[in-house]
Design a binder for this molecule. Structure first.
Ligand code: TYM
Length: 358
């Protein structure tokens, strides 16, 4: 498996990012394979080859919306520290930022001849972010998914671990790859097409693929939510985590014994989902334990579970942040490895398009 995924270095790493994506990134560094349903399973017998993993900060994506340059720089170093604190090992995985690998932007342009306006117009993230003011948005926000396609196609990714909200972007990447292969794949001596791009599979966790806001069970937990109480950041201290969980929106009913009893109770379902994901149990199992109990009992248990899980991550994060030179060095080394891997695919794309390079 060649595993590729990215995260925007804007704002803090939150629990949604961690449970929906980053925890799977860490697991996929080990000898873990994907079954057909996007579930991670440990490869048997130790004979399976290790996955090759590339994880990056999507800093080029971050300029598609208004931003403060100094904050983007600081955010990139902080996100690097956060990823390493979560368990991304720069010795085993290639960890870098897009801006140091110009092939991402280069391939985006080359794919822009294949991507269709109609495809991009249908992207729900574009519609949500642009709202009623499409004319006032940057061109980069519109063509954002083409850069995302370039990010994974550049490395012939086979698996892309992401949360549910990125599924549509991944489907677009597959459409672009398929059309490019159809239109431009060269023929071998037997007259058969030799595809340029591998079609990447999204790898979406069966639970926690969409963690919701703590203040509104119908909105996803997001860095851009103006309310700090809507999310748990991985850098939050124990007191903050307990306070945010205490203030999380719920309903007055006790917890049911079965999942069916959470229908129409999105906030309750979200908290149970978080508990289950963090403790690596099924939601049914959690409900069996807490059936009949109210949130007065469930919330402190969830808060403590989160504090225990986050404590080592936030400690490591704080230590790593003190050594900015090491963080810069991690990104520089990762970028050098990524540039080397990107070369052959980009060369074949230029050739396939009939673009002459000396
Ligand atoms: P970003 O930075 O918004 O989020 C990073 C990862 O976290 C997941 N995620 C969530 N999962 C569960 N519940 C949530 N509430 C939640 N919020 C975020 C996202 O699905 C994502 O996996 N466009 C991407 C970054 C990107 C990328 C790529 C990803 C750029 N190029 C290529 C994969 C492959 C983004 O903005 O993710």
């Amino acid at each position: 498996m060649r595993v590729v995924s990215g995260i925007q270095p804007t704002g803090n790493l939150h629990l949604g990012n961690y449970l929906g994506a980053i925890r799977n990134w860490v697991r996929m560094q080990d000898e873990i394979t994907a079954d057909g349903n996007g579930r991670a399973q440990v490869a048997g017998g130790g004979s399976a080859p290790k996955n090759q993993c590339l994880f990056f900060l999507a800093d080029l994506h971050a300029i598609s919306q208004p931003h403060v340059p100094a904050e983007l720089y600081r955010g990139s170093l902080e996100m690097t520290a956060a990823l390493v604190a979560c368990g991304i090992d720069p010795a085993r995985s290639i960890l870098f930022n897009q801006a140091q690998v110009p092939q991402h932007a280069e391939l985006q342009w080359l794919l822009s001849g294949t991507a269709r306006m109609g495809w991009l117009n249908r992207m729900t993230q574009w519609k949500d972010k642009a709202g009623k003011n499409r004319e006032g948005q940057s061109v980069a926000l519109f063509s954002y998914p083409v850069l995302q396609a370039a990010d994974v196609l550049l490395y012939q990714a086979t698996h892309v671990p992401v949360g549910e909200d990125q599924k549509q972007h991944l489907e677009l990447a597959r459409d672009i790859a398929q059309k490019f292969n159809n239109d431009f794949a060269p023929r071998n001596e037997n007259g058969e097409d030799v595809p340029i791009f591998t079609l990447p599979e999204p790898f979406i966790p069966p639970v926690a693929a969409r963690i919701m806001s703590l203040r509104d069970g119908s909105a996803k937990m997001s860095k851009s939510d103006p309310s700090d109480l809507s999310r748990i950041d991985l850098s939050d201290d124990a007191e903050t985590v307990m306070r945010k969980i205490k203030k999380a929106k719920t309903d007055p009913e006790p917890l049911p014994g079965e999942l069916a009893g959470l229908v129409g109770r999105p906030e309750a379902l979200n908290l149970v989902t978080i508990y289950a994901a963090v403790s690596d149990r099924s939601a049914e199992d959690v409900l069996r334990e807490f059936a009949g109990q109210g949130f007065g009992a469930f919330k402190p248990a969830l808060g403590e579970l989160l504090v225990e899980t986050l404590r080592p991550i936030s400690q490591r994060f704080t230590e790593l942040l003190e050594d900015r030179e090491s963080l810069d060095a991690i990104l520089a080394k990762g970028a050098a490895r990524a540039r080397t891997l990107a070369g052959p695919t980009l060369d074949s794309v230029y050739r396939a398009l009939g673009l002459v390079r000396a």
